[in-house]
Design a binder for this molecule. Structure first.
Ligand SMILES: Cc1cc2nc3c(=O)[nH]c(=O)nc-3n(C[C@H](O)[C@H](O)[C@H](O)COP(=O)(O)O)c2cc1C
Length: 353
């Protein structure tokens, strides 16, 4: 696997660990991946729940929590650390400003179009900006708007297909339609990126359902500079979620992988369980919304609080939440170290030549 550059940052191993909220990818997982030469990514969704430093101050706690996770990650690695920020978060601005002030290597911004992201940069900023999109149309829109408004082009683009875990940037009926398959959209996004090559090299990173060395080779052969992988890193010793969460992946069968409609207004991919079935049968009643954390969440109608549900699941309270996972997450057989996972990917990659 060849290294690549995001601006002046060398990514020695072209594997990006996808940001996973809430509390699934924090400093533990991110630093372990960064130590292997990939990009480790801290998810900043729900950091105010994970770090309740000042009771009642979700917003302040989120900023403090992000700084704390970055401090812990930097204690463990000198590798490349990114932060994943969902555009739909109501504290998107706080999180972006904190990342830039803390000189985070790279921001990955998805779950919405980060059209104003470059406006947060200042002349001293070191942080690179990578939108996460699910179509060439979105990639083109971001490039056009960023260039005309800020004279800035993305430093990398992550293209996430419908086999990914978590919230998906597709309509429900598009998820199983081959026209929207990752194999289809990666070359289209590369074409958009290539159209700017005289001004800037924009590496394209493929994500969603990539689970083996052979998968990695397929997307690198298509012209992707790297891949983003989420699910495969959940079943590692260093993943920040509880063992109960990790074991849900190991126990899951192919038929357990399913699509849910999230209160955020997007479909999501998850592992079936009692919580999800209760929601579908109407057994869950709306809960109080203490901090309205997601812009697109209609909390007056939502049957549950998605932040609490994801946080509880990551802590292992599966009666109170559910587990997001990519389509291939059921392939997990046991818990390994991040080093072992990456060694196997490298071996399989070489063997698939
Ligand atoms: C448990 C879980 C939580 C996730 N949370 C986020 C998130 O907070 N923000 C985001 O942009 N993507 C999120 N994702 C998507 C991942 O970053 C990654 O792109 C995706 O999982 C790649 O697909 P894979 O799991 O098949 O490798 C999540 C995925 C999982 C499995």
């Amino acid at each position: 696997m060849k290294p690549f550059f995001i601006g002046n940052i060398e990514i020695k191993l072209p594997i990006i660990q996808g940001g996973m909220g809430i509390g699934v990818s924090l400093s533990g997982l991110a630093s372990a991946v960064a130590n292997e030469g990939g990009i480790g990514v801290i998810s900043c969704a729900g950091l105010g729940l994970i770090h309740p430093k000042t009771p009642g101050d979700f917003w302040g706690n989120s900023i403090w929590g992000l700084k704390e996770e970055l401090r812990r990650a930097r204690e463990k690695t000198s590798g490349v650390i990114g932060v994943n920020i969902m555009v739909a978060l109501t504290n998107f601005s706080d999180m972006v400003r904190t990342c830039i002030a803390e000189k985070v290597d790279i921001i990955f911004a998805g779950a919405g179009l980060p059209l104003d992201l470059p406006s947060y940069l200042n002349p001293e900023s070191k942080t690179k900006l990578a939108p996460i999109i699910s179509s060439s149309r979105a990639a083109q829109l971001i490039c056009t708007k960023w260039k005309s408004r800020y004279n800035y082009l993305p430093d990398a683009i992550v293209v996430e297909g419908p086999k990914a875990g978590g919230h998906l940037g597709f309509k429900r009926e598009e998820i199983n339609d081959d026209h929207f398959a990752l194999e289809q959209i990666v070359p289209e996004v590369i074409k958009v990126a290539d159209s700017y090559k005289d001004e800037k090299q924009i590496p394209v990173i493929a994500a969603g359902g990539i689970y083996s060395g052979m998968d990695i080779r397929r997307f690198l052969n298509m012209g992707a500079a790297g891949v983003q992988m989420g699910s495969i890193f959940v079943t590692t010793e260093e993943c920040d979620a509880s063992i109960v969460f990790k074991n849900t992946y190991i126990k899951a069968k192919e038929q357990d992988m399913r699509i849910i409609q999230s209160p955020v207004g997007m479909p999501g991919r998850a592992i079936d369980g009692a919580f999800i079935r209760d929601v579908e049968t109407g057994a869950r009643r709306p809960k109080a919304c203490p901090f309205h954390c997601i812009k697109t969440c209609d909390y007056s109608k939502a049957p549950y609080c998605i932040s609490q549900a994801l946080y509880q699941a990551a802590k292992g309270n599966l009666g109170k939440g559910f587990v997001f996972a990519g389509l291939n997450a059921y392939l997990a057989e046991k818990i390994n170290s991040v080093k072992e996972v990456i060694m196997k990917l490298k071996t399989d990659f070489s063997a698939s030549n």
